[in-house]
Design a protein around this ligand. Structure first.
Ligand SMILES: [Zn+2]
Length: 157
């Protein structure tokens, strides 16, 4: 299976001289690729991740848009604590998978998951969010295990 193409764009380039910048970029790209392979997101989808600074970004830690012409755009805040950032990326990648399978659709603002309208439900009653949270926890456990002890000191990444 060919896996999804993934690009990462770091926003707010005025901070790009910071060595933390390239480590963060590498962490985002590496983890997104790991999660894409684990979720078996195939090459029919291109995933474009935009990593914003919380200093200029606003609102939620992450967001995945319904794909347009095969491109799924994901926004994340890049300067979250590393373990939280991994969870957010994993969560949004699960949404990408839900979009790819057609389980999750958004048509004219109406969000449907497996035939059930979601956007009028409370957040914790939304089936696609419940699945994203549950699978994100498993995916983070898996990437931490795969990186090995030396690198699992997440605070260092
Ligand atoms: Zn979500």
């Amino acid at each position: 299976m060919q896996t999804a193409k993934i690009t990462v764009a770091m926003r707010a380039p005025q901070f790009s001289c910071d060595p933390k910048w390239s480590r963060r970029r590498a962490l985002i790209e590496r983890s997104a690729r790991f999660f894409s392979e684990a979720l078996r997101i195939d090459a029919s989808l291109t995933i474009k991740i935009e990593a914003h600074s919380s200093k200029v970004g606003k609102g939620t830690h992450g967001h995945a848009q319904a794909p347009v012409d095969g491109v799924c755009r994901i926004r994340v805040l890049r300067d979250l604590p590393a373990s939280r950032l991994l969870h957010v990326i994993a969560h949004e990648m699960v949404h990408a998978k839900q979009f790819q399978t057609g389980d999750l659709t958004i048509v004219r603002g109406v969000q449907t998951y497996r035939g059930v309208r979601q956007d009028q439900l409370a957040w914790d009653e939304r089936g696609h969010e419940e699945q994203a949270e549950r699978m994100a926890a498993q995916l983070v456990d898996a990437i931490v295990a795969s990186m090995g002890r030396a690198e699992t000191t997440l605070a260092r990444i």
